[in-house]
Write a protein that binds this ligand. Structure first.
Ligand SMILES: [Zn+2]
Ligand SMILES: [Zn+2]
Length: 133
């Protein structure tokens, strides 16, 4: 455990699991309560509506969403890539599909590299066998 700067306010604090200083942590807990409280009365809201109604920062609302603390209500928030309103995950269908395609392409590329590598090793092995004979 050492001292580190709070990612929220920049203040030095003793490192903890929350990764923010106790002051910010308390503030975020209060914000979380406010948001949870607000969502108890509405069953559908956009990130912007929650922000307007509670005054809680988008970033904090998103963090609550991603950590699953305010799941259950239908909350729309912007896709992290294109800004389309979504209510699950971090990206809209289109962007997650793009990313999946990207991953698949990368995997295919890696597969190809691995194959090429194996080919090289094989030919080296056979090559050395050939030299000895
Ligand atoms: Zn802080
Ligand atoms: Zn998107």
């Amino acid at each position: 455990m050492g001292l580190t700067n709070c990612s929220e306010c920049g203040k030095l604090y003793v490192e903890n699991a929350a990764r923010i200083c106790p002051d910010c942590y308390r503030r975020q807990e209060e914000d979380a309560e406010t948001v949870v409280e607000y969502l108890r009365d509405v069953d559908k809201a956009t990130l912007e509506e929650i922000h307007q109604a509670t005054g809680v920062k988008h970033k904090i609302i998103l963090r609550l969403l991603h950590s699953g603390r305010i799941m259950g209500s239908a909350i729309s928030y912007p896709c992290e890539t294109c800004g389309t309103l979504i209510d699950a995950g971090r990206l809209c269908d289109k962007c997650s599909k793009n990313i999946l395609d990207q991953i698949k392409t990368d995997e295919r590329h890696q597969e190809h590299e691995k194959h090429a590598q194996q080919q090289k090793i094989r030919s080296r092995m056979y090559g050395s066998v050939g030299e000895k004979e």
